[in-house]
Design a protein around this ligand. Structure first.
Ligand code: NAP
Length: 493
């Protein structure tokens, strides 16, 4: 891997932006097939995306590790059912070493602009370490990479430490301090138990109570790990079983009874078993339909809320005055530190501001009422560009890695097609994108994501459209988008 400032201008077949699961996954395929030249541009000083950025205490994956890993690179011997963030990060770093990817990766390289050159049919990338000229641009910058910090009055004047979960700073001393945690999403419920162990007082600002299911994590025994290592079919079989089990979750997201009732019953039972106090239970009962937001897995979130040093504030943070964090309820708490577990800028990805396509159109403007695409991967007006993990490519019920791998198949199919036909560029038609978008909107209409009465990072706040999630099974995503079909593409002028 090359550190910042170490490269001069590059002319290449494929420029990949981002070295997380998606970018590295494509890199592995490209390195193995050895047909195209490519470079992976990464602004961070390490690879790993989400799993490099999120280092807060308790960070882990809530999808089982045998499903949350590349199908083409199973390590098989995960240490526990749900790996922690460090183990997943190590897995990705090992992929780089084992697949010989390091020479293709440029670390510390922030891509500042990506501009289509219509005359040369090339993408021109301006980076902090030099210019890159590429036939194809693959944006793999992640959908949960940019923290949503919120515009809280008085926060800038707060004198204690303020930290977003995805920008964790180990040097900040929270032991024995009074700490406010803003939010109760997936990041917060993982962080809170560890914080409660060390903080003098913890105030949890809970604007919307989450649905929580038992996590039931455990470490694999040494015998099990040895079996996984020696018999690849075992890990493969487990992966298939986990995938099939997760797929069952889609019916409840479509509001189908009794599936959605049974899911809710499981969550409500978990709450009832762990929280006996009716008033606290009432505060922790969500007021929206289950599945509307991500359903969380935790065995220690409710017990944490019950601890003597933890206060559950049943409203959001409204403002900060000096060292006082003031809730929307007007309850006020004197605190020494504020932790923002407030999520990410998912609907308006900042990379879109930096991409200029044919006719000088900026991707962020094209997406001014929400992200759209064809096959969740290509965008009209942006020739020879692929977006991974972008519009309608996430799931609320199954593994993101399945979606990424489907997109990788699509990209490789497109490259094969061009190599076969001798064409140099491709651009999807406006009509194909519009038809695909209508399909998504129709399929999404009756889902809990739109009908469940919650706000979530899945929805675009400008249009109310479901722009992040694929509104159906993971399998149907692969059926529809796993194979490149040249039909909806037009000749690029
Ligand atoms: P998130 O799900 O978007 O949650 C943000 C939280 O901040 C919500 O509870 C939100 O409340 C709250 N919030 C925002 N502004 C607030 C305010 N002014 N006062 C009080 N609360 C406020 O973000 P996240 O927890 O970082 O998770 C994002 C996604 O990352 C997850 O859905 C998941 O896909 C992924 N993730 C996955 C794992 C994993 O184990 N695989 C772990 C962490 C994260 P409202 O609900 O009221 O808006």
């Amino acid at each position: 891997m090359t550190a910042a400032g170490d490269f001069t201008d590059i002319e290449i077949d494929i420029a990949i932006v981002g070295a997380g699961f998606a970018g590295l996954g494509l890199g592995i395929h490209l390195a193995r097939r050895d047909k195209e030249s490519f470079v992976i541009l990464e602004r961070g000083q390490q690879v790993g995306g989400t799993w490099r950025d999120n280092t807060y205490p308790g960070v882990a994956c809530d999808i089982p590790s045998h499903l949350y890993s590349y199908s083409f690179r199973p390590p098989a011997d995960w240490s526990q059912i749900y790996a922690d963030g460090a183990e997943i990060h190590q897995y990705l770093q090992a992929c780089v070493v084992d697949e010989g990817l390091a020479p293709n990766i440029r670390l510390g390289t922030d891509v500042q602009s990506m501009r289509w050159d219509p005359a040369a049919h090339r993408w021109n990338l301006r980076t902090t370490a030099g210019d890159v000229r590429a036939r194809f641009l693959v944006v793999a910058a992640g959908r949960l990479s940019e923290p949503k910090v919120g515009d809280f009055p008085g926060l800038a004047e707060f004198r204690g430490p303020v930290c977003h979960t995805s920008r964790w700073d180990d040097r900040v001393q929270l032991g024995g301090r009074r700490v406010a945690v803003i939010g109760t999403g997936a990041s917060a419920v993982q962080l809170l138990p560890s914080l409660a162990d060390i903080a003098d007082q913890l105030v949890v600002f809970c604007r919307s109570a989450p649905y929580v299911l038992p996590r039931d994590n455990r470490h694999y025994t040494e015998t099990e790990r040895a079996e996984f290592r020696s018999d690849p079919d075992l890990a493969r079989g487990l992966r298939e079983q986990l995938f099939a089990e997760a797929e069952l979750g889609i019916t409840s997201r479509h509001g189908i009874h009794p599936d959605i009732d049974l899911l809710r019953d499981r969550a409500m039972n978990h709450l009832a078993v762990q929280v006996r106090d009716p008033e606290l239970r009432r505060r922790l009962t969500p007021d929206y339909v289950i599945g509307c937001k991500r359903v969380l897995l935790s065995d220690d979130f409710y017990p944490t809320v019950l601890r003597d040093n933890v206060v559950l504030e049943p409203s959001g943070l409204d403002r900060v005055a000096g060292s006082i964090a003031i809730a929307a309820s007007e309850n006020a708490y004197e605190v020494d530190a504020i932790i923002l577990a407030t999520g990410f800028q998912s609907t308006r990805p900042p990379f879109a501001e930096r991409i200029t396509g044919r006719d000088s159109s900026v991707l962020a403007s094209r997406w001014s009422t929400g992200m759209t695409s064809y096959a969740s991967t290509v965008v009209h007006g942006f020739p020879s560009m692929f977006v991974l993990d972008g519009p309608n490519a996430s799931l609320g019920h199954n593994s993101a890695i399945h979606m990424i791998e489907t997109q990788l198949e699509y990209v490789l199919g497109a490259l094969n097609y061009l190599a076969h036909t001798g064409e140099s560029t491709l651009e999807v038609t406006r009509e194909a994108e519009a038809t695909y978008t209508s399909f998504i909107d129709d399929r999404a209409r009756s889902t809990v994501w739109l009908q469940g009465g919650c706000r979530s990072w899945y929805l675009d706040e400008r249009s109310g459209r479901l722009t992040l999630l694929w509104p159906d099974t993971a399998e149907s995503f692969r059926d529809r988008n796993g194979v490149f079909d040249p039909l909806p593409f037009q000749t690029v002028a």
